[in-house]
Design a protein around this ligand. Structure first.
Ligand SMILES: Nc1nc2c(ncn2[C@@H]2O[C@@H]3COP(=O)(O)O[C@H]4[C@@H](O)[C@H](n5cnc6c(=O)[nH]c(N)nc65)O[C@@H]4COP(=O)(O)O[C@H]3[C@H]2O)c(=O)[nH]1
Length: 921
């Protein structure tokens, strides 16, 4: 069986599925990663950015606070100097500048000094301050202008007045202002001086805001935005675009610039309003925290300095209280908001406000939102790219690994299987290399085990199948062959016949069908036993099968019937030759159980297409021809002729007429007298049937008995004969013909009837005739089929009162052993032995032998067909008991028989014989 090796379609391969799965997994992972990074990481990064803003803001605040602390410390030190140093101006002028002039702080400590209360330093002198400020070169210069009698002095300055209300060590920070000398923005830290708990003036330190701007710029630069600061009053301390946040003042012909408040900027720029609102709100919160009793303090402060508004004063008080109560958070407070559009950057921004605890300054850090998002996106994209790269690399190595560890071993297995399993072969060995120490090794091991087990099963199965096939073949053989001889049986023969017809039709040739029946097989079978019969049949079959050609068919159709198909004969002569061969073949004796048996055969032959062109007809024709051979004396061959068929047809017609005649009473019984051998005493009469055919006239029994037997009509005919014989016997008796037995011919068909005896007795009873009046003539053929059964039947008949005679003795088996067993009383020698008795020594010998043999068995002997005196004399000489024949009396109608023999009582037998011979049938 050739099997097309299956191939795996590319899309069905594990490699494809794995790759596809990996790709899907890869896409899912990328998408998941993207979502995670976008949603979580981005959020995280934005928060981180906020933290960065916060830290940056704190850093700025811390940076500023450091400087503020330095300034505050310096201011406290100055206050301490003012409180403690002897009031020697020279001393003050030496110490103070030295304290202020610290090189590391000179960039932001731009001035400072001590400012006593009126007459506190020098009695009678109101204005007595010691103040140094840096010139354009950064050098500290002493400024005495505040002490000019014509000047407004310093005691009402906004940076001075709150000091009066502060406590020792407290540092108050002024709002921003423009230094009239340097024209730079600055703020002042004021620490009050006390002596014996009495306020005696302030010490101040001026801090330049110039540096604040750079601190804020540097601090915010890395965030991509900007930062600025406002003082306690929300007045700008710095701003990247100073043009926006400064106003110019003309003071003493000097053009000075000053920062504006957030409120003022918001008035100019709507976009700034939200930030201004927040800052204003913060201050409001501070102001609201000032208790009512302290509001008076604020009013006092506001009253004392025209530069301080009530609002300023309230904030100053709030600041003071926060410092005192230490309510403030040491760290900067933070407020964050988002502005949809920043007026400077022109895009959405995060605004973070840091409130400096000591000064209530606010540092505002503005960062573009996009920067945070961009940086988050950048990081997210980076993560994404990295992860993608990792996944691609992982997928690549996964693919390589999968290929190496799964696909390659798998294909190796497939290759091993392809190479090691030749189609249709069972190797009973392992197919796969199972030395691998992994699952493939395990799989290969179990596959091999399963394969070996499968092979074993296959082998068993193959054996079983072969056995079954053999059994099937045997069955088929049995179905189509004769078990005894091994020859084809009727079924196969018919099949072969069909084939022969088809072949002959196609090629236009002739063939012959032979039908052979062994002669006298039954006798051999019965006398020698069935086993011998079987052996004989086997031997015959063997001989027959060696006769024909290979293309010919010899079959046993049943019993002792054989048939041949002789394929392709060129002429009838071929068939004749074959028939001769067959006859010759069986002429050689066959050895069975040490006996050499001569068996003849009757053969019928028919030719295709001359005689028939179909299976049934051919067989029937051969059968007819065979019967013809049998009829013609057996051990001969007959070719089918149309006449045979016509005869058959005739027989059919006879049969039809017979049936009709039975109803029409067209039959009659003739009686032939039977005498003692001395021809003196009438001992019986043989009833011989006659058919008066309405059209054909008288038909002798030879013409219709056989047909009646073949059809089974003989039973009815036999019943009629007995019934008629009974009627005639009564007439015989009535006519005074007593003490004779009427002999009736019993056909083998009748004899084999199971109810034969009952039927006979019934008819006798119906006619009130005793069985003693009847002699039944039975032929050897009737009893030889089943001798034992026949003997039983004969015994029963004899017991019932019938006399039994063996008819036609000598023509059939003529076996002494049988005669001995048969419960018969008489043997009738067939007339064929009598007819030429005078001239034929053989017949003489046979006749003598039969007479002697029968006598030795205690049987009477009757000779049939005695036609001459010589024959009678011979028989008399041989002590034959009875005689029947034309010489002693021909068959005659019953009426004539009565007529003849009623008178015969008085006449001699010799006279009667002469009278009888004149009456012919
Ligand atoms: N040539 C010649 N023939 C003689 C002579 N003497 C007698 N025959 C004839 O020989 C036959 C004797 O009868 P079968 O051998 O039983 O032979 C009988 C018998 O076997 C059968 N048969 C006749 N009647 C019946 C019947 O009622 N039932 C049955 N089953 N068979 C019958 O038909 C056969 C022929 O009967 P038939 O034609 O009546 O022929 C008779 C008879 O006419 C003779 O000297 N010379």
């Amino acid at each position: 069986m050739s099997v097309i090796r299956p191939t795996v379609r590319p899309k069905n391969t594990i490699l494809f599925k794995f790759s596809f799965g990996m790709s899907v997994l890869f896409l899912v992972m990328i998408t998941a990663t993207y979502m995670v990074v976008d949603l979580v990481a981005k959020e995280y990064l934005i928060n981180k950015n906020k933290e960065l803003i916060y830290e940056t803001g704190l850093h700025i605040v811390a940076d500023i606070s450091l400087r503020i602390s330095i300034a505050e410390t310096l201011a406290r030190n100055l206050a301490a100097v003012g409180e403690t140093l002897p009031k020697d101006p020279q001393l003050f002028r030496q110490v103070i500048p030295q304290m202020l002039d610290m090189p590391e702080n000179q960039d932001f400590i731009v001035g400072g000094g001590v400012w006593p209360e009126p007459e506190q330093f020098t009695p009678g002198v109101v204005l007595r301050s010691f103040f140094w400020g840096r010139d354009s070169l950064g050098k500290l210069q002493y400024f005495d202008q505040y002490n000019d009698v014509e000047s407004t002095g310093y005691h009402n300055e906004d940076w001075y007045v709150p000091g009066r209300y502060s406590k020792p060590g407290e540092c108050l920070w002024s709002k921003s202002y423009m230094d009239p000398y340097t024209l730079a923005p600055m703020v002042t830290c004021t620490v009050a001086m006390f002596q014996q708990q009495k306020f005696v003036g302030n010490a101040t330190v001026d801090v330049s805001l110039q540096q604040l701007k750079s601190i804020l710029r540097e601090g915010s630069a890395k965030l991509g935005g900007y930062a600025y600061a406002v003082d306690r009053n929300n007045k700008f301390l710095s701003f990247p675009d100073e043009q926006l946040t400064k106003i110019s003042n003309r003071d003493n012909n000097n053009l000075t610039q000053e920062y504006i408040t957030v409120k003022q900027l918001a008035e100019k720029l709507d976009l700034f309003q939200p930030i201004a609102d927040i800052l204003t709100e913060i201050n409001k919160t501070f102001i609201q925290s000032v208790a009512d009793n302290n509001r008076l303090l604020a009013e006092d402060i506001a009253e004392q300095s025209k530069q301080i508004s009530l609002l300023d004063a309230q904030l100053i008080v709030a600041n003071m209280l926060l410092l005192r109560e230490q309510k403030y958070d040491r760290n900067a407070k933070t407020i964050s908001m988002i502005s949809k559009q920043d007026f400077l950057l022109g895009e959405p921004v995060n605004v973070s406000v840091f409130i400096m605890p000591k000064t209530l300054w606010k540092v505002i850090v503005v960062t573009p939102q996009q920067v945070a998002i961009n940086s988050a996106s950048k990081v997210a994209n980076l993560i994404l790219i990295l992860l993608t790269a990792i996944m691609i690399i992982a997928a690549f190595f996964g693919f390589i690994y999968c290929r190496r560890s799964l696909i390659v071993p798998m294909y190796k297995m497939v290759k091993q299987l392809q190479q090691s399993v030749p189609e249709g072969e069972h190797t009973h060995t392992a197919l796969l290399d199972d030395r691998r120490q992994d699952e493939f090794g395990l799989l290969a091991y179990h596959f091999n085990q399963a394969k070996i087990a499968l092979d074993r099963n296959n082998r068993d199965l193959t054996l079983q199948i072969n056995e079954r096939k053999q059994a099937e073949q045997q069955l088929k053989h049995l179905a189509l062959h004769d078990p005894l001889t091994g020859l084809p049986n009727r079924l196969l023969f018919q099949d072969r016949l069909q084939q022969a017809i088809a072949l002959a039709k196609r090629h236009g040739h002739k063939f012959a069908v032979f039908f052979m029946d062994l002669d006298n097989f039954k006798i051999i079978n019965d006398t020698m036993g069935h086993e011998a019969g079987d052996e004989l049949l086997r031997q015959v079959a063997l001989r027959l099968s060696e006769t024909g050609r290979e293309t010919d068919t010899v079959a046993r159709l049943g019993g002792d019937e054989f048939a041949f198909i002789i394929n392709k004969i060129d002429s009838i002569a071929d068939a004749v030759n074959f028939a001769l061969r067959l006859n010759k073949l069986l002429k050689t004796p066959i050895a069975v159980n040490g006996n050499n048996i001569n068996i003849g055969s009757s053969i019928g032959v028919t030719i295709y297409p001359d005689d028939a062109d179909n299976c049934d007809e051919l067989l029937r024709n051969a059968d007819i021809a065979m019967y013809q051979a049998k009829d013609d004396g057996r051990n001969t061959t007959r070719f089918f002729t149309r006449e045979m068929k016509a005869k058959l047809q005739q027989n059919k017609e006879i049969l039809t007429d017979l049936a009709e005649s039975l109803t029409q009473d067209h039959f009659e019984l003739y009686y032939q007298p039977l005498f003692t051998i001395d021809h003196k005493t009438l001992v019986g009469a043989e009833a011989l049937i006659r058919w008066h055919h309405p059209d054909k006239g008288m038909i002798p029994p030879d013409k219709f008995i056989a047909v009646a037997e073949q059809s089974g009509l003989i039973n009815e005919l036999g019943d009629w004969v007995l019934a008629q014989a009974c009627r005639d016997i009564k007439n015989f008796v009535n006519a005074g013909i007593l003490d004779i037995k009427v002999a009736i011919n019993i056909s083998p068909v009748q004899f084999k009837r199971k109810d034969f005896l009952q039927q006979m007795l019934l008819i006798l009873a119906q006619h009130d005739v005793s069985a003693n009046c009847i002699e039944l003539e039975i032929t050897e053929g009737a009893v030889m089929d089943n001798v034992d059964q026949a003997i039983d039947m004969m015994q029963a008949l004899h017991d019932a009162g019938f006399q039994l005679a063996m008819d036609d003795f000598g023509t059939g088996y003529s076996s002494l052993s049988y005669l001995k067993r048969f419960p018969i009383q008489k043997v009738k020698i067939d007339r064929s032995f009598i007819s030429d008795l005078e001239n034929d020594d053989d017949n003489k010998s046979i006749t003598t032998a039969i007479i002697q043999m029968s006598h030795s068995l205690g049987l009477d002997v009757l000779a049939e067909g005695v036609e001459t005196k010589a024959q009678l004399q011979y028989l008399q000489g041989e002590k034959c008991d009875f005689v029947q024949g034309y010489y002693t009396g021909r068959p005659m109608p019953a009426s004539q028989f009565i007529e003849t023999f009623k008178r015969a009582k008085d006449t001699s037998l010799a006279e009667r014989a002469g009278m009888v011979s004149s009456i012919t049938t």
